[in-house]
Write a protein of this length. Structure first.
Length: 152
């Protein structure tokens, strides 16, 4: 399972960089696209902090410049990769207690939280792709299979 999640985080980083570069290159760096991309990378960090028991306050929807978004994504990915690389085979069922942004307490397995982190990013990158398309531009291919074909 570790290798699977490591590969998904490599994909996630690849897709974040591609969509960030597309927003920058196509002149679509409007506040909505930047807010969504900021949200993607901030929430990615938020989930890792929840897993590690770190309490931090994040501004989940305040847009950052694209250069800062890409930098945060890079640092967050590095930290996720370091964390995932040492998870023991039986660690995926570990229960993670956390409080969501609305103050509601939940408990989920590590496997569920890591899966949520990746799926959350994919969901919001699709929103940014739509904004790019609505601006008359072609968004980059972000499908996992496109990543997998080029990774080898």
């Amino acid at each position: 399972m570790r290798d699977h999640f490591l590969k998904l985080f490599k994909y996630n980083d690849w897709a974040n960089r591609r969509i960030g570069e597309a927003v920058s290159r196509n002149g679509n760096a409007d506040s909505k696209a930047l807010a969504i991309l900021t949200h993607v990378v901030v929430v990615q960090r938020l989930w890792l902090d929840r897993i590690q028991g770190v309490t931090a306050t994040y501004r989940l929807w305040d847009p950052l410049p694209i250069s800062e978004i890409l930098e945060l994504s890079e640092f967050s990915t590095r930290d996720w990769m370091q964390f995932l690389s040492v998870v023991a085979p039986d660690g995926w069922n570990r229960r993670i207690s956390y409080t969501n942004s609305r103050g509601v307490a939940f408990v989920n397995s590590l496997e569920e939280v890591v899966t949520q982190t990746i799926n959350h990013s994919t969901h919001h990158r699709a929103q940014v792709s739509l904004l790019i398309r609505q601006a008359g531009q072609q968004p980059p291919a972000l499908d996992f299979i496109s990543f997998a074909r080029n990774e080898e």
